[in-house]
Design a protein around this ligand. Sequence first.
Ligand code: PEP
Ligand code: MG
Length: 412
Amino acid sequence: MKIERVEARAIPDTRGKPTVEVTLHALCIPGMHKEATASEVGGHPVSTHASVPSGKSTGSHEACELRDADGGVETAVANVEGEIARALCARKWNSPDEIDGALIALDGTPNKSRLGANAILAVSIAAQRLFAQEANVPLWKAIAERAGTTPGAPRLYVNVMNGGVHADFRLPFQEYILVCEGRTSAAFAAARAAFDALGATLGNVPMGEEGGYSPTFETLQEPFELLAALVAEHAGTSIAIDAAANELLSEGAYRLLAETYAPDALMRLYEDLASRFPFHSIEDPFSEDAGADFARLTAALRGTCLVVGDDFTVTNPARIAHAAREEAISAVLIKPNQIGSVKEAIEAVEATHAAGWAAICSHRSGETDDTFIADFAYGVGAEGIKAGGLGQKQRLEKYERLLEIEKEAEAV
Ligand code: PEP
Ligand code: MG
């Protein structure tokens, strides 16, 4: 692979905030000899794009999303077109891992704060696409070969009601999710029917930032009663939440509606909800450094419901390995932009699977049209994918890509 030109630009995400988009222009030669130039062996030109999402309820241990003082990404864009472009065009590349390794070394910081995780990940994804095109295989298949995983359809974690920092704290948990299992086409049909039925029940309510409804309720129970009714009506579905508890924490206790919960009281609330409603998983039930509380809840809910780390583990293989030693959780959210390269996101999946845990791949609340996360989730054989509600184009595109993959996988 010979990369000839690198372009980058700022594009708006779903919140209208700038994020990084990259285009790589290369000459691809399947089986290219390291010493031959691409033109000598008749390489064909290929261009790929990638853009990166951006979180709002971010964990403090995430890799650094480089932002200018005014919130822009011009420095990150300049880093791609300057230092990164020079390194990419200086030599030939034999694998996407080689490129990611070079980008990580070039940055040289533990959290990608010099060049920016947003700059590096956009290049890393576009590079993965180049190698898939060179091998003439679908992106999910190239990812599966790179990761050594068995590809397969993830459960769809559809965020039907958006609360917390993504909408309104009068719906206190950040995400009320309907988990839909089975073949993607069947799971998506159930999600569509349930989403529309919920819309009809709720009537005219605002939409949240992740394309789900954002109603408000007087009690903590009401949204779960609505979700349980959907589960009863739609086979192969269950309930999940992302409590995003970092956002609820104030002076050592968690604020839900007008009540304040000490960690023990919040633990009892989760146990009560999971015993009364058909729960599949609870994400970030406590704040990002409350490992002992995570471990107690995981033990209490073992066999009943998964406990998922997001801000707690931040797609960081070392944090996941530490959580494994503490038996703190039973599933891990995988968000490539929390760690900043495809290579390390794959290592995070490996650490998750090594612990015997489920990997759930996830979009961010600020999204773009890029559907990489769908191919990644399918390629690594993830247990699930979080891609938001069905009321926003950029969320639907991820589900549509999974439907396309279902067809591609049948044809391969
Ligand atoms: C999440 O917390 O799981 C999430 C998708 O939201 P954000 O991107 O704001 O972190
Ligand atoms: Mg989360």
